[in-house]
Design a binder for this molecule. Structure first.
Ligand code: ARG
Length: 463
């Protein structure tokens, strides 16, 4: 074949494509990544054409053999990609015809690259969602293990990044778990809309051949065939939806990252990350930097960017297919790679987090974390909550002035703030007491943490 005109559509052209335009309009440089899905789709299409009497059994056999050989060539690095052949679809089709002759030229009967590429992307997305979901589940499992191990480990809970109330470290890990649980559900929900077959929509209007769309849909493991040919070849909403789910995953990982970065700092010193997840500084010998969480936090930006890119790509397109859609691939591929790798890094790292229980306890002691518990104590003794809030406020002010935590203030002094305070008060001012008291669904009591861990583990086994 000449490398100047494209044999697939060159018939109506009187001069070769400009060299630069050829490269500019080509996508084989990046869509070759879809070779497996493309071959899978072609095998299903060819089998359908044979079943419908449009291809002979011999032609089908030749096509099947040819496509399998081509797949092997690609996987063993022997395949010669040509930019003149524009994209993955025409590269493979041309190679097929070169191998098997006229039967290869019949493969494209009753289809177009428009439904072909839509099919390829949907197959690719489905597989990507499954791979990402598996990493996400692995991370969730790690969080449950960590939550179980540290169910009774006390740390300060924050609002406004100011010490608020004591919580268990396990409870904090379960908050991350719940975020990811919703992310998992979003992926599964998105998968239902991805898993629909556009094959048979052809260029835009359907085809004049007697095709069987249910056959190809079933062959490719799709739940059903799509219902409108124009919509099938043009919309990429399923990809945008995936990118939105991906952005939320990254947003969650980024929040976790931010906490890991804070917690590993000398100022917090709550946890340690194993050396294998950190790097050093070339100038400051004492440094151990939490690179993995920092990078994950940083990569959130590009994933969010891809979502915005795809939304913008779609917004101005009239029906049906437009070449604009070729621009969906690079952001999509990068989103898949980035989210997958970030989840993988986290899933590897989380079980290896080492808690510094003493440091967390000391930090909790410093911030009057049991002030609400003292107020609740007074309420139980009959004081209205607003008055109790006021009384405890004065006690805290006293503690600040004398550098004492509430539990360190002696009884007569405490009773000076309210006569309702008895010597039983101290059991409510301990950190363990404060944790154990929040003993209801969703509360931080270690008992509740362990219940949720058990539930979570059960849910993960049924995936
Ligand atoms: N490379 C194209 C894409 O990614 C394939 C479909 C091309 N169709 C066409 N009519 N030019 O969207």
């Amino acid at each position: 074949m000449s490398d100047q005109t494209n044999s697939s559509w060159g018939g109506r052209f009187s001069e070769p494509t400009d060299k630069f335009v050829q490269r500019f309009t080509a996508s084989e440089q990046f869509d070759r990544r879809l070779y497996r899905e493309d071959i899978q789709g072609s095998l299903a299409h060819a089998a359908m054409l044979c079943q419908q009497g449009i291809l002979t059994a011999d032609e089908l056999a030749a096509i099947e053999q040819g496509l399998r050989d081509i797949q092997l060539d690609i996987e063993q690095g022997r395949f010669e990609w040509s930019v003149a052949l524009e994209d993955v679809h025409m590269n493979i089709e041309a190679a097929l015809t070169a191998r098997i002759g006229d039967a290869g030229k019949k493969l494209h009967t009753g289809r177009s690259r428009n439904d072909q590429v839509a099919t390829d992307i949907r197959l690719y997305m489905r597989e990507s969602i499954d791979r990402i979901s598996a990493e996400l589940s692995r991370l969730q499992h790690g969080l449950l293990e960590l939550a179980e191990r540290e169910a009774a480990t006390v740390m300060p809970g924050f609002t406004h990044l100011q010490t608020a109330q004591p919580i268990s470290f396990g409870h904090h890990m379960l908050a991350w778990f719940e975020m990811l649980e919703r992310d998992f559900e979003r992926l599964q929900d998105c998968r239902r809309r991805v898993n629909v077959s556009p094959l048979g929509a052809a260029a835009l209007a359907g085809t004049t051949y007697n095709i069987d769309r249910q056959f190809t849909a079933a062959q490719l493991g799709f739940d059903r065939a799509s219902r409108n040919s124009l919509d099938s070849v043009s919309d990429r909403d399923f990809a945008i939806e995936f990118c939105a789910a991906a952005s939320l995953i990254m947003t969650h990982l980024s929040r976790c990252s931010e906490e890991l970065v804070l917690w590993t700092s000398a100022q917090f010193d709550f946890i340690e990350l194993p050396d294998r997840f950190c790097t050093g500084s070339s100038i400051m010998p004492q440094k151990k930097n939490p690179d993995v969480p920092e990078l994950v936090r940083g990569k959130t930006g590009r994933v969010n960017g891809h979502l915005m890119g795809l939304l913008t790509l779609m917004k101005g397109q009239p029906l049906a297919y437009n070449k604009d859609n070729q621009e969906d691939k690079e952001p999509l591929f990068d989103t898949v790679d980035t989210v997958h790798d970030c989840l993988r890094a986290f899933a590897d790292m989380v079980p290896a987090i080492v808690c510094k229980a003493e440091a967390m306890r000391a930090a909790t002691m410093k911030g009057f974390a049991t002030a609400t518990d003292l107020a609740d104590y007074l309420v139980r003794k009959g004081m209205p909550f607003r008055d109790a809030h006021e009384v405890v406020g004065s006690a805290v002010a006293y503690g600040v002035e004398h550098s004492l935590d509430l539990a360190d203030i002696d009884l007569p002094t405490l009773q000076g703030f309210s006569a309702l305070i008895g010597d039983d008060v101290y059991e409510f001012l301990t950190l363990e007491g404060a944790l154990a008291a929040r003993d209801h669904l969703g509360g931080t009591a270690p008992k509740q943490v362990l219940l949720r861990v058990a539930e979570g583990k059960q849910a993960l086994t049924t995936r």
